[in-house]
Design a protein around this ligand. Structure first.
Ligand code: DC
Length: 224
């Protein structure tokens, strides 16, 4: 049977990873957090002291860097970096790294390879438009800037990082702008994606809506 691919795109803090993780668990699919891949590479760049202007060195590092997922963990050169990739410093710089065309090519190739032979839920910015244009179901998640900033603030607080909510809102808006305006695979809704605004919605309700949509596209998947 052909692999089932669920693409979930949207701006930072729209709830993509929380929702995608739940859906993958429910369906026993592999969850691929593509943002975490760009974050892992950004972490590696920051650790190695390369400046953001040194694109050639960044590309070389990307070629030598091993990024993979196993049992819900992200590995960077065989080391689990779940917490490191969520740091505020990585969030500040990741959009710069993600706009380098060859970096995108390398990571997109990896993402396509994983999705080719597996049932996957993949979240990111360009999944429905570029990585998996033939995905079984495409969802575009959005939420207001205030709500997205609050979620990110709470996530950082849980990790023990104290930040200012207004600063986070400003960073989110800046990241939205960079992600939407970059020339290579910008954040844009695929024509055939279904938009869900998650502002004020519970995680359960968003998951239910997505399962219902999947049921329409691939009726047998969530009945086994
Ligand atoms: O989803 P996130 O906030 O963890 O993503 C981190 C950054 O990576 C985000 O600013 C944009 C970039 N990204 C991307 O360009 N393409 C993807 N498929 C996923 C993330």
């Amino acid at each position: 049977m052909e692999a089932i691919q669920i693409a979930i795109d949207g701006p930072a803090g729209a709830g993509k990873s929380t929702i995608a993780k739940r859906i993958a668990k429910e369906l026993n699919f592999i969850y691929i957090d593509t943002g975490a891949m760009y974050r892992a590479l950004t972490y590696q760049v920051l650790q190695s002291g390369i400046s953001l202007q040194q694109e050639e060195k960044i590309v070389q590092l990307a070629k030598e860097t091993d990024i993979m997922f196993e049992n819900g963990n992200i590995y960077l050169n065989k080391k689990i970096v779940n917490k490191e990739v969520r740091s505020n410093n990585v969030s500040l710089y990741v959009s710069h790294i993600a706009q380098i065309p060859i970096v995108r090519e390398l990571l997109v190739e990896m993402q396509k390879r994983i999705a080719a032979n597996n049932n996957v839920v993949m979240d990111g910015r360009d999944i429905g438009t570029n990585v998996l244009p033939g995905a079984t179901l495409k969802v575009f998640l959005t939420a207001s800037v205030q709500e997205r900033a609050r979620r990110r603030y709470e996530e950082l607080e849980r990790n023990g990082t104290l930040v200012n909510l207004d600063d986070i809102a400003e960073q989110i808006q800046l990241r939205d702008k960079m992600d939407a305006e970059r020339s290579c695979s910008p954040l844009v809704k695929a024509d055939d994606a279904i938009t869900i605004d998650t502002t004020g919605l519970s995680i359960e309700n968003v998951c239910k809506s997505i399962m219902n949509l999947l049921n329409l596209k691939a009726p047998l998947v969530n009945n086994n």
